[in-house]
Structures are given as structure tokens and as C-alpha cells.
Design a protein around this ligand. Sequence first.
Ligand code: ACM
Length: 519
Amino acid sequence: MLMKHTLTLLLMLASCLFGRAAEPMDWRGIMIDVSRHFMPLDFLYRQVDAMQHFGLNKLHLHLTDAAGWRMEIKSRPRLTEVGAWRPEANWQTWWDGDRHYGGSYGGYYTQEELRQLVTYAMERGVDIVPEIEFPAHSEEVVAAYPELGFNHAELDMQKSEVYRFMRDVLCEVADVFPSEYLHLGGDEAATQHELQPIGMRQVKHIVDSLGRKMIVWDEALTDEPADSTMVIMVWRNPDTAKKAIDLHHPVIMCPGAWCYFDKCQDAPMTQPRSAGGYLPLEKVYAFRPLPDVLGIQGNVWTEHIATPDHAEHMLWPRAIAIAQLASGEHLAWDVFRQKAVEGTRWLRDTLGVNAFNLDTEVGERPERGRPIRCATTGCNVSYNTPFHPAYPAAGECTLTDGLQGGWSNTDGRWQGFIGRRGMDVTIDLGRRQRLSCIEASFLQSTGPEIFLPSQLIISASNDGTNFTTLQHTTLPDSPAPERYETLGWKGHTRTRFIRFQAVPGARQGWIFCDEIMAR
Ligand code: ACM
């Protein structure tokens, strides 16, 4: 008896000291975009098997978007006759081109195929949650049924036939997917802003009448007192989650900075094509969701991911981090990483999943961890063209603070410039100095339209007014999706002021610079 009491006390003490595992979150999800590139069924079955192994329980399928409608709808056959096909397999080429429909690339799942997948997943503890986009991201719907369009991309929220269409579609969707939740999009509508809350409410009536709960992306959050059955999926600013919770909405967090698995998970030049950015396993695992959320999710958007192998490479092992964070059991990073290494091995050996191999991980850009000291360090920078407020990095000290950026253009070290004149700055060294090298490091990441400059003009002055050009170079366009280059001048000069101009090429887009260095 005494022994038993002592044991109980010891267990209580241990749980106070070391913390008790919290309950698992209700929503432990991944999202796969099967619209931008159609993914075969065997790939989806394999992801269900993998999810079961790691305790993930929600598979959100992004079934509709401009690039393809992927579910058979018997009452609206043109959705798949027209909207499931395009002439061009490569999404970027298609998107930059005429965006025609029809042709031989694409595909869709029949209702029977989806029913079988749903049953298989349900037997393994995984709910499949379908997403039907409304009102935006609907180019393929407008192509199939032009009378529903407000413009080429959005359904017209003032037309009653749009809601008849949504009812017919959602009845069939609900019939195939028994999920408690239906996802109705609501993101990135560019027009009809004042109508969107009314439109989303109308669609919500339909979802309610089907006995389901509606999920929407966070753009659809309004300041209205909450309808607590509307679930907000937060993908942009994580602070939105707090606002949604305060308004009594259930919240699923998948903020892009930690949960968008279309970013590279290792040094970009070692990796297959991505949407740009750097999101290693360690950063996913560092995600700290609010305690009161329904759950969390990792999202694979497939604009640049054309094959199941590539999609698996992006998903795993990062989805293991989502599973661990959602499980309520906190493991120290080193312990978790080892678990992820073993999990990855299991995925590869047992399921044949093409998971990213952590044993080959290169890691962060070395320059990010190596502060620089040179003639420009700490010097004043005058901006002849302003940096863009969306990418200020550390503000006016960024380009001479001795700190270089990492693989991610949003890591707070890269400063962004946009416009015809690109970057044009003058650095005051404080006194004349003998220099043999003036250079700056730039980034190219074609996903977010950041390009290396096409011209560099480096000039010197002793009075800050009259400049002599040291170098004017023209650089060829590079097709590489990701590049990091240090570009500049070598020679001999004595100068106090340096002017550094980096001009965009024909592709225009952004110029990103992290540091200007002189020796
Ligand atoms: C989204 O990434 N537009 C939800």
C-alpha cells in the first residue's frame, strides 16, 4: 500500500517536473493540391498509409482551382469535360500563356474512385476533407460555364444561378465525402469585396443544410460576431488566429512561413523545383501554434510539383513535424530529428515513399552564420531608390550591418526593391579609403519573381556629388530558379562615397540584396 502511494506521488512529481503530454489536437492535417498538377490515386492511397503511421488524421484535398477541376460532378459534366484538362502539362508555361482548357494533360477522380479512397482512409483513421473553391480561383468553372462568371476568375456572387450551382455541386460532394467538414475556399478574391461576406454566408447556408461544418481560408474572416460553426484556416499572418479565436471561431493554423511545403527544405541548388523560400524540418518543428486551436496542417501546393515523387519529397519528413507538434507530446529537437530520420527510413523502405533524405541535408546558407567586417560595415546608406516596405529587412542599416541573408528571401536579412530603377544606394565610408573590391550579394528566386540584376553600375566619389563610374556591366538573364551571386568590381581606387546601382532586366520583378561589401 505504502509502495503504491509512493509510486503515485513519484509519478505526480515527475509529471509536474517534466510536464505532461497535452491531448492530441483534433485536426492533424496535410493538404495536397491536386488541381495545379493532377496526382494519381495510388499516390493518394500511399499518403493515407503514411499519415496513419504518424497519427495524422485529416487529408485536405484541394480539388478545384484554375488549373483543373478534379472531381466528377454528374449534374455539371462540363466541369470535368472542359475544366479537368489543359493542353500544356507545365503549370508555369500554361499560366504564363493563354490558359486554354481542353487538351490531353490533366484528369479527374470519378465519384466511385473517391468513395473507395474515402473508405480506405476512414478505415485507417484519416478523414478526407474536400475543398471546392468559392468565389475566386474559379477560372476553370467559368471556362466550363461562362454564365456563372463575374469575370474570368470569380463566380458572380449576385447571381442566383451561382448558388444553384454551388448547391448542386456540394450535394454531390457531401454524398461522396462523409467528412464533418467541407472546405469552401474564400481566399484571394480580387474583386466583389463588399459582396464576399454575403456570398460566403449564402454558401454557408447550403453547407449547414447538408449537416456539415464549413471551413474557409482566413480572408473570409470578418469582424462580425462569429458563427461558431465556421472554421477559419489561417494561412497568412499567424496573428489572425488569435483574432479568429477571440471571435469564437474554431481555427486551423497553417501559416505559410512554417507550414507551406512548396518551399525548399534544403539548400535550393541541391533541391528539385520549389515555389522559392527555405523551410527546413527544423523550422517546421519550431512552429508554435496557439494552444486553443482545433489543429494544424502542412500544405503542399503543386504549381511547381508535377509528379508524385516530387510531391512526396516535399511532404516528407516535414509532415512528420506537423504530426509531432499536433500529437501533444513535446520532444526536444535532437530527439525529434532522430525520430524523423527513422520515420523517413520507414517511409522509404516500407511504403516506397520518395521522402527527402535527412542524412544528406546540407543546411542553411553558410554566409548567414558568418558576420562580415569590411570597409562598409556600419556605414551610412542613402537610398536613391527606396526599399519596398514589404521587404525592409532591418531597414536602413540592412546593407551595411555585416549580416548576410540565408536561403529564404523572407528571413529578415534580404531587402527588396521593385521598379524600373531597381536598387540605387550611396554609401558614405566616412573618409577616403583605399579599395580593391566593391561587391554586393543578390538572390534569384523565380517563384516569387525575384531576379538577379541585369546591369550593375558601381561609381565612386570624394564629395558625394560628382561620381566616376568604376564599372558598368551587363549580365545575361539566368534561367535558374534559385541562385545566390556576389557581383561587383575589382581594381584600385581611393574614395569616400560608393554608389551601387542594380538595374532589373526584361523580366523586371524584384531585386533582393542583403549586403554591400568593400575592401
Ligand atoms: C492560399 O494559399 N491561397 C490559401
